[in-house]
Write a protein of this length. Structure first.
Lengths: 205, 315
């Protein structure tokens, strides 16, 4: 292979590695600024600033419609390098649970969970619940829960109201477990859906 | 200053050594099997996860609307559905055809039929599905995209593919093969370094509480906590071991004396995650990427074939 051709390949390699490292650094700085780590709380401002610098390098602070940002973001997604690699880090977060309480005209009450066909899909539902729990947008959360409630309603079309209860699963530590403590649920949000007007009401935690 | 050209040549030499295509065969076959398993695992829920209207869990339109805010260039199933509508196909039909094409591309990759086309098709269709159903995607989708992206750009077909056997085409440039393997190797080093670093920063990995939490966290809680708790003294050891294994990966995987043990330990860790947490697809894709990147050189056959490749002089 000619030297000039190799140089082109090397330039591509350098760019790819720069992007991977910058995205990974950005997400690491974000984790450090948001989570409980071995660093003091006062260092969080520095991590936030570092995250902003990394985001700037990735064009994330340009307007959304900017072509450079669109192309760069598009490339990161095409190569699968748009996210960092902080799996279960720095700490393993609590998981979430969504329960639907269905009320029927005869006074019956039934409880349902989002239903899928196999274990592989259950992992995807868990990922969805994590995203619902972590989103800062109340409108998005309500929209997604509404869609999930709609899916349950299709299976139980005779139900008159559905209450979606979203909560966090609190895990006991190993010593707590030995002393008889089991996983518990912390109520976070509830949404009511009625069949008459399909309107929703939200209950505060 | 005189050292700069020398350094440049050393970098070039490091990135373009002569390499056989065994690693590429491992990557192709492994990812082919991964795509087949991925498609089969979603067979019953494919339309449920990906439909825009009707019988769906989360409307695909919502995921794609959010995707459009990020970039218009990211592939999505909406493009195929729109295309299908123009020729009179219903959304359901397009989605089912997409699933069949994805499964077929996985099978074709496994056998090495139309390797390049199959790799591009598998990457494109998987990416469309993963991005359109962004709300239900997780780590495995990310790593499949990474693997398929490098696979489709690498010099296919490899010598074990049916393509090569049927067409008797000439061998690929060994230096180009080595270059694409290097990218995969560098990428894995960065992945494990950052994964290990972020774990090291959390106190829960040093005292083992995160290992316990990871194993009892729904839906990964497939082992009864009553059994797990009996092994609680091993959790700190396991936590520290995972941190050191991951953060040490970029330093110990390159050395021929430590490569074998590090690779075995990393693969064992992923196997453990797969078995104890039920993340079979995730475990499999990670093992495939690791073995393709660093594993093929460990085998005896690979040593022989590599030594037979003539090294071209730097022009």
């Amino acid at each position: 292979m000619a030297l000039s051709k190799r140089r082109v390949y090397l330039a591509g390699l350098a760019l790819q590695l720069f992007l991977i490292i910058t995205v990974s650094s950005r997400d690491t700085f974000w984790l450090l600024s948001e989570s409980r780590t071995i660093f003091p709380e006062s260092s969080k401002n520095y991590w936030q600033r570092a995250e902003q610098i990394a985001s700037t390098a990735l064009g994330q602070r340009l307007p959304v419609t900017n072509p450079a940002r669109q192309i760069l973001t598009g490339y990161l997604d095409l190569a699968g390098i748009e996210a960092g690699y902080g799996f279960f880090a720095p700490n393993v977060p609590n998981s979430y649970k969504l329960v639907f309480e269905l009320r029927f005209p005869d006074g019956r009450v039934e409880y349902e969970l989002p239903r899928v066909s196999n274990a592989a899909s259950i992992l995807r539902i868990a990922s969805l619940l994590d995203k619902i729990g972590r989103t800062q947008s109340e409108a998005l959360r309500q929209t997604i829960v509404g869609m999930l409630a709609d899916a349950v309603w299709r299976e139980h079309s005779d139900a008159t109201t559905i209450r979606a209860i979203f909560g966090s699963v609190m895990l006991p530590s190993a010593p707590e477990f030995e002393h008889g403590k089991r996983e518990s649920y912390e109520f976070l949000y509830a949404y009511d859906f009625s069949v008459s007007d399909k309107s929703t009401e939200q209950s505060a935690p | 200053m005189k050292r700069l050209p020398e350094l440049r040549l050393r970098v070039i030499d490091f990135c373009f050594p002569a390499e056989s295509d065994t690693w590429l065969a491992i990557l192709r076959i492994g990812l082919g099997l991964q795509v087949v398993l991925y498609a089969l695992s979603l067979r019953d829920d494919w339309n449920y996860f990906l439909a825009g209207t009707g019988h769906t869990l989360i409307s695909r339109n919502l995921g794609e609307a959010i995707l459009s805010l990020e970039s218009y260039f990211v592939p999505r199933l909406g493009w195929l559905v729109t295309l299908g509508a123009r020729i009179g196909f219903r959304e359901e039909t397009v989605l089912r055809l997409t699933w069949i094409c994805l499964l077929s591309s996985g099978c074709a990759l496994l056998m090495g039929i139309a390797s390049r086309f199959s790799a591009i098709l598998a990457w494109f269709l998987h990416l469309c599905a993963a991005k359109s159903a962004g709300f239900v995607s997780y780590g495995v989708d990310n790593f499949m995209t990474i693997g398929l992206f490098y696979l489709m750009l690498s010099p296919l077909p490899d010598r074990y593919s049916l393509d090569r056997r049927l067409r008797k085409s000439r061998a690929n440039d060994p230096q180009l093969l080595a270059f694409w393997r290097r990218i995969l190797q560098f990428h894995l080093c960065i992945i494990y370094f950052f994964s290990g670093l972020t774990k090291c920063l959390g106190p829960g990995w040093w005292d083992g509480s995160n290992v316990w939490r990871a194993l009892i966290r729904p839906p990964f809680n497939i082992i009864d906590p009553e059994i797990l708790v009996r092994w609680k003294y091993l959790f700190p050891v396991a936590g520290i071991f995972i941190c050191l294994l991951e953060i040490g990966y970029p330093f110990f995987i390159w050395n021929s004396q430590t490569r074998k043990i590090w690779l075995i330990c990393i693969c064992a860790m992923h196997l453990g995650i797969g078995i104890t947490m039920g993340m079979y697809l995730f475990a499999f894709v990670m093992i495939v990427l690791n073995v393709a990147a660093f594993g093929s050189r460990l085998s005896r056959m690979e040593c022989c074939t590599t030594s037979l490749q003539p090294r071209k002089a730097v022009s």
